[in-house]
Design a protein around this ligand. Structure first.
Ligand SMILES: CC(C)(COP(=O)(O)OP(=O)(O)OC[C@H]1O[C@@H](n2cnc3c(N)ncnc32)[C@H](O)[C@@H]1OP(=O)(O)O)[C@@H](O)C(=O)NCCC(=O)NCCS
Length: 164
C-alpha cells in the first residue's frame, strides 16, 4: 500500500469514494437530504478544486495496485496557528478496520511535525463512531461546535485535538 499526494486528476476518484462511503457512515445519523446537500457542497469538482487552490488543503490517497482505498485531507497552520487541521478522512467500507486510517493519521502527523506544527485538530459528528477511533489515535475532545450550513441543516460536532 502506498500513500500518494493527490493532484487534480484524482478529484473524480475522491468524489467517487465520498459518494460510496457517506451513506454507510451517515445513513443512521443524518437525513438523506442533508447527506446529498453536504456531498454536493464539499465534493463537487469546483469545490474540491477550490479547497486545493484557494484554501491550502492537501489530499493524500491510499493506493493499492491501481485501486484507491480512501483519502485524508489536511491544512497546515490552520487559522494562523501552529496546528494542522484534518478536514476529511474517508475509507471505502471494504477498506475500513485494516489499519489504513491509522496510517493516514500518522502520515499527517509526520508532515505536521516536519512543518513545526504542534497539534492535529479535527471536527467529527458527535454521533459518528469514528470518535472512538480518534480517541484510540490520541485525540481528546476539546469542545462542541454546532455549525449552521444553510438550508436548515446543522453540523453537530465534537472538536478534537491531538498534541504532537
Ligand atoms: C474512521 C476511519 C477513518 C478509521 O480508519 P480505519 O482504517 O477503519 O481504522 P484502523 O483500522 O486504522 O483502526 C486503528 C485503531 O483504532 C481502533 N478503532 C477503529 N475504529 C474504532 C472505533 N469506532 N472505536 C474504537 N476504536 C476504533 C482499531 O481497533 C485500531 O486499534 P488497534 O490499533 O488496537 O488495532 C474509517 O473507519 C472510515 O473511513 N470510516 C467511515 C468514514 C468516517 O467516519 N470518517 C470520519 C469522518 S470525521
Amino acid at each position: 500500500m502506498e500513500l500518494i499526494t493527490a493532484s487534480k486528476v484524482h478529484l473524480p476518484e475522491i468524489k467517487r469514494i465520498a459518494y460510496e462511503t457517506w451513506p454507510a457512515t451517515f445513513g443512521a445519523i443524518l437525513s438523506e437530504k442533508q447527506i446529498a446537500y453536504m456531498l454536493d457542497w464539499m465534493y463537487s469538482i469546483p469545490s474540491l478544486t477550490s479547497q486545493i487552490d484557494e484554501k491550502g488543503h492537501v489530499f493524500i490517497l491510499a493506493q493499492e495496485g491501481d485501486e484507491y482505498l480512501g483519502y485524508v485531507s489536511y491544512e497546515l497552520n490552520y487559522s494562523g496557528l501552529p496546528k494542522t487541521k484534518i478536514h476529511k478522512i474517508y475509507l471505502l467500507p471494504a477498506s475500513q478496520g485494516k489499519g489504513v486510517g491509522a496510517l493516514l493519521i500518522d502520515r499527517v502527523g509526520e508532515i505536521a511535525t516536519e512543518n513545526q506544527n504542534k497539534a492535529l485538530l479535527l471536527n467529527v459528528n458527535r454521533y459518528n463512531k469514528a470518535v472512538g477511533f480518534y480517541e484510540k489515535m490520541g485525540f481528546n475532545i476539546v469542545g462542541n461546535e454546532t455549525i449552521d450550513i444553510g438550508d436548515g441543516f446543522l453540523m453537530e460536532d465534537f472538536m478534537m485535538e491531538k498534541p504532537l
